[in-house]
Design a protein around this ligand. Structure first.
Ligand SMILES: [Zn+2]
Ligand SMILES: [Zn+2]
Length: 311
């Protein structure tokens, strides 16, 4: 079951030659979920092959560099004759801005646009995964991060042992794999634990949006497979990070380390690091070695932990 992160924009505040402003897509089993939609995101989607048939855009907060792209994106979807519903999710108080963004520049979309506010702690349940909102700390604004949390998967079934025990291949295999004991014609009852291993964890991907390092992110990202954390500044601008409600790369790495995150992916870089973010990588890796610097267009596959031998 595939799960991939596609970064569409990795620059803070404004686009640069190398980087566009914030947006990323999670593509899970052919379903695309978008997180933030800065100006120019639709062109990044074309460039990097992200489908326009997505149904959900989750906004972390209402700053322009995370938001303005939705105006043009909705317009393009209308020009393409879209009929399917689009849902825009955002933190408390975001519906006023999102309503204006939806109606800006044209009279009416050809398709329904639903706007839903989420409180920190709320979750959106989907088949086999959920999206959980958590509070972040960004200049006192109403801002949330999101965690995509997959359900645990069934344990591994042992077909060789099933054959050895004389259980015929077919519906009985499925039944016992689903955790239901089976009775055989000769009177034996086979418990699932005989043939099925322990449940295997699903994957967790956490997205902070803009934030100071905070305890809520550590909680949300506990043992996560990937944490996508903003790293607007380097050590030399640590003061500025505090003033502006952002994080340094080292602070993001400290959050990742404290949460026991497998892979940290940094994004949202100040323009001065746009061309060369090596300094940020070096500072972060001093704290958490499994760190990557995000780039526009970067795709990162998220494997199951049991597939990478981390369990
Ligand atoms: Zn921002
Ligand atoms: Zn912001």
């Amino acid at each position: 079951m595939s799960l991939a992160i596609r970064l569409l924009g990795t620059s803070a505040s404004r686009p640069t030659v190398e980087r566009n402003v914030s947006s990323l897509a999670l593509v899970r089993e052919g379903e695309t979920l978008m997180f933030d939609c800065g100006e120019g995101t639709q062109r990044q989607m074309m460039r990097y092959g992200v489908s326009f048939s997505l149904e959900d855009i989750f906004f972390t907060h209402m700053h322009a560099d995370h938001l303005l792209g939705v105006v043009g994106l909705i317009r393009t979807m209308a020009l393409q004759g879209r009929h399917e519903r689009l849902r825009l999710w955002g933190p408390r108080g975001s519906s006023r801005v999102l309503n204006r963004a939806e109606s800006l520049g044209f009279e009416r979309a050809t398709f329904p646009v639903e706007i839903i506010e989420l409180e920190a702690g709320e979750k959106v349940d989907r088949q086999s995964y959920s999206i959980r909102a958590f509070a972040v700390d960004h200049r006192g604004s109403s801002s949330i991060g999101y965690a995509l949390v997959e359900e645990d998967r069934k344990g591994r079934f042992n077909p060789d042992l099933a054959r050895e025990l004389g259980i015929p291949e077919g519906p009985l295999w499925g039944q016992i794999h689903r955790g239901i004991p089976i009775s055989l014609p000769d009177g034996r009852v086979i418990e699932p634990s005989v043939l099925v291993g322990p449940q295997r964890p699903g994957r967790t991907v956490v997205i902070t949006g803009d934030t100071r390092p905070c305890a809520a992110t550590i909680d949300a990202a506990r043992n996560a497979d990937v944490l996508i954390h903003e790293a607007t500044f380097g050590d030399e601008e640590a003061e500025r990070a505090i003033e502006t409600g952002h994080s340094t790369a080292r602070e993001a790495a400290t959050v990742a380390r404290d949460a026991g995150v497998r892979q940290l992916l940094l994004t949202h870089f100040s323009a001065r690091y746009s061309r060369d973010a090596f300094e940020l990588l070096r500072e972060a890796q001093q704290v958490h070695s499994e760190t990557l610097i995000g780039k526009d267009g970067m795709e990162l596959e998220v494997p199951f932990r049991d597939a990478v031998g981390a369990v």
